[in-house]
Design a protein around this ligand. Structure first.
Ligand code: BGC
Length: 772
């Protein structure tokens, strides 16, 4: 159950010098002045301003024995609502109650009542800003359309599909009366140990930046017209450097140089801010010992001043408390509030108590937090409410959203699931399978919607999925539908034990699975992970579980061809069994249409076109991304270092097979030189030389041959997804500019250095020179 992350009883003794935050720190210049907002601000008391900066979780406002518990059926506790909204002027509410999906009718009832109290019973009638995590569809609304999780969306490499998914999610979130979405995740999925890798668009800076912008535009609209009731405000999270902690565990310290932060972690945020994103959520962890929530340098210096971000900055869950109780940079809660607000936080996701308000009012009255800082925060919050149109229309009505959960929306989610499917191995062209074959379906992921959807699906951890997924097909259901139930045997072999830890598994009937194998032509083995997110998803070993590996070995030993389907949030190590598998299909967390999409690939109804958005590791101690330094790849050289590095990955970044063949030819560059303000046009011919229609992701990489900082061996600079009929060819064009070749130098500046570059596209290479 989410989330009693209350860490009690800690008397912190450690204070950073930054704790005694400068009093003069206040407004950041340039935030838009909206006359209606300025008029309101001018009338507000300190208490009213501070209230706007407070965000509570819905459980606090519901009938239940305490603030953590909601009694069913969900009802608002009118005394608590009044205390929060009227007495304290709380400006924002988040989340669902009991972390559980609600109907659009229930959402409408709850949010209308909150808005009614805010409008009619508070002095200034400022509407509530309601926020929710709708991260692959509208997570907490019954009947919403679920897309693949971001890692699967990234595997489509299809900008249009990602944007469409954002548009549909925005529509369905507004259908639920909610105007603010805590998405997209722009963290870098560069460490497969991390429990939230699947919430990212993968390991590459360019791919994450491009798809992040599409999702922002999908949520907010092409011109960020968020007052449009079919759009929502997006929230870029988790700024900055979340996702690559040193231990691989959630919310543990990261050690990131300024160069690394700017080279890998900042660009996606920069691009999304440039694209007009309205809000940002902060990284819950530490960077170089400093909690990001207390970092004036990152929140005010970099985000608000250098990037010129004008929107609102919200904390992550309980993270002001954490400055005291977990991270011990503040001796008490009040000190923590001071640190965070002076660092540049505008709104606190508190989320259970009102102490934040009392402490912040006192800090303002004592002169420890400047009124200018409070005004800046409240201006950003009220501007967001204003832009969302909440003053005119505080709640949207589900009856105005006839396409909610419609066949049209579901078709888009189904297509995204299909295009995410990434075929990693197809020995002897074993796939596609004939539809008159007899099939044994096995594995703990074969018959579960929970694992197909992953976390943030109807419930926080994805538990109890089955209560909401109705008739959606599991992998088993979909295979039965393809070949006829009479041709399909099902023996699980291994089962997830849904107890305290998600990683408990038990062998149930391996012997029965082996016996069943004798009666079939092929085995489809669905392995991977159960659903999880955040801290509960921390893992001690990236290797696939021993039980699952043994099941795979036992089935392979029968001599029947085994096709492995991987339904997992991160690449679990499969080195031991991979050589025994005839086919390997990476399905990620494909959502409610994942079962159908898997069967479509297995039986050839579609031609797979997904490509890995991360490097699939082969060994647990070799978690190296594709954009590594040359020293990872040392060749044997004469002289002192007479050895070579053992560099091995299971499958490379960008890899994925098709049922047709694509051929690249005629690579040409418009010039051998690129100048500082010039353009280099790159052309290549892509031909479908195989037997069926298909889609290919054309990927353009460059390598900087020598630079003042050791260059990455290669970097993705451009990509496009192209559909071709058999026999068809197309000329694909890209344009490179100086900025595309730039990197962050040792001084932290973005530069493009003159010199030689190599370009690679579909295995073809060409050299060119950059001159200033
Ligand atoms: C997560 C965020 C999420 C927030 C609100 C936090 O625990 O880290 O990603 O947006 O909760 O639910």
């Amino acid at each position: 159950m989410k989330k009693f992350w209350i860490f009690g009883g800690l008397a912190a003794t450690l204070l950073l010098s930054a704790c005694s935050g400068p009093r003069e720190r206040g407004a950041t210049d340039g935030v838009e002045r909206i006359p209606e907002v300025e008029a309101l601000l001018a009338q507000m008391t300190v208490e009213e301003k501070v209230g706007q900066m407070a965000q509570l979780t819905l459980d606090v406002l519901t009938v239940g024995e305490n603030e953590f518990v909601t009694e069913e059926p969900l009802r608002l506790d009118s005394a608590m609502v009044r205390k929060a909204l009227v007495d304290y002027g709380v400006g924002s509410i988040l989340n669902t109650a009991s972390n559980k999906a609600r109907t659009v009718e229930k959402w409408h009832e709850v949010i209308s009542e909150l808005q009614r109290v805010a409008a009619e019973e508070t002095r200034l009638g400022i509407p509530v800003l309601y926020g929710v995590d709708a991260i692959h569809g509208t997570t907490y609304t019954v009947g919403a359309t679920f897309f693949p999780q971001q890692i699967g969306q990234a595997a489509t490499w299809n900008r249009e599909l990602v944007r469409k998914g954002g548009e549909i999610t925005a529509y369905e979130t507004r259908a639920s009366g909610i105007p603010w979405n805590f998405s997209p995740v722009l963290d870098m999925g560069r460490d497969p140990r991390f429990a939230r890798m699947w919430e990212t668009f993968g390991e590459d800076v360019h791919l994450v930046s491009e798809l992040g912008v599409e999702l922002v535009k999908g949520y907010e609209g092409e011109n960020n017209e968020v007052s449009n009731p079919f759009h929502v405000a997006s929230c870029l999270k988790h700024y900055l450097g979340y996702g690559t902690p040193w231990s691989g565990k959630d919310r543990t310290p990261a050690h990131l140089s300024n160069t690394e932060l700017r080279e890998r972690h900042l660009p996606a945020f920069e691009a999304a801010i440039e694209a007009g994103a309205h809000t940002v959520m902060v990284n819950s962890g530490l960077i170089n010992g400093v909690p990001v929530h207390a970092s004036h340098r990152l929140l005010t210096g970099l985000l608000k001043e250098e990037l010129g971000f004008q929107g609102l900055v919200v904390t992550d869950w309980a993270d002001i408390n954490n400055l005291h109780s977990r991270d011990r940079v503040a001796v008490n809660h009040k000190e923590a509030v001071k640190l965070a607000i002076n660092a540049g936080i505008d709104m606190s996701m508190i989320p259970y108590s009102l102490d934040f308000c009392d402490d912040l009012v006192a800090l303002v009255n004592e002169g420890e937090v400047a009124m200018a800082r409070i005004d800046d925060a409240v201006r950003r919050i009220l501007n967001t409410k204003h832009k969302l149109g909440l003053f005119e229309r505080p709640v949207t009505h589900y009856e105005d959203y006839p396409l909610f959960g419609s066949a049209e929306f579901e078709a888009a989610a189904y297509q995204a699931a299909q295009e995410s499917m990434t075929l990693l191995k197809n020995e002897d062209n074993i796939l596609p399978l004939p539809t008159d074959a007899r099939i044994l379906v096995a594995g703990p992921n074969a018959h579960t919607m929970r694992a197909l959807n992953g976390g943030w699906s109807y419930t926080w951890q994805g538990r109890d999925n089955e209560a909401f997924t109705g008739d959606y097909a599991t992998i088993l259901d979909a295979i039965r539908a393809k070949v006829g139930a009479h041709r399909v045997e099902f023996v699980e072999g291994v089962r997830y034990v849904n107890e305290a830890s998600y990683w408990v598994e038990e062998e149930v009937d391996v012997a029965a699975a082996v016996r069943a194998a004798a009666r079939v032509d092929y085995i489809v083995l669905a392995l991977g992970e159960n659903s999880y997110t955040e801290k509960p998803g921390d893992l001690h070993d990236l290797t696939l579980s021993e039980q699952q590996l043994r099941l795979a070995e036992a089935l392979a030993a029968t001599g029947k061809p085994v096709i492995l389907v991987l339904n997992q949030g991160r690449p679990r190590i499969i080195r031991r069994i991979e050589p025994l598998m005839k086919g390997v299909l990476q399905a990620y967390l494909p959502g409610n249409f994942g079962g159908l999409a898997v069967a479509d690939v297995l039986f050839g109804s579609i031609n797979p076109s997904g490509k890995l958005p991360f490097t699939y590791p082969m060994y647990t101690n070799s978690l190296v991304t594709y954009d590594h330094k040359p020293s990872e790849h040392q060749a044997k050289m004469a002289g002192a270092y007479d050895y070579e590095s053992d560099f091995a990955v299971q499958y490379p970044f960008g890899f994925g097979l098709s049922y047709t063949e694509f051929t690249y030819s005629d690579l040409s560059l418009s010039s051998e030189e690129l100048t500082a303000d010039g353009e280099l046009e790159v052309q290549v011919t892509l031909s479908n030389t195989g037997g069926r229609a298909g889609k290919e992701v054309v990927q353009l990489y460059t390598s900087d041959l020598f630079a003042s900082l050791t260059p990455d061996v290669r970097r993705l600079r451009a990509f496009d997804k192209i559909a071709l009929e058999p026999g068809e060819a197309e000329t694909v064009r890209f344009v490179l500019r100086s900025a595309d070749l730039s990197f962050i130098n040792a001084e932290g500046q973005r530069v493009t250095e003159p010199g030689d570059f190599e370009l690679e596209l579909g295995g073809l290479t060409a050299g060119f020179r950059y001159v200033e």
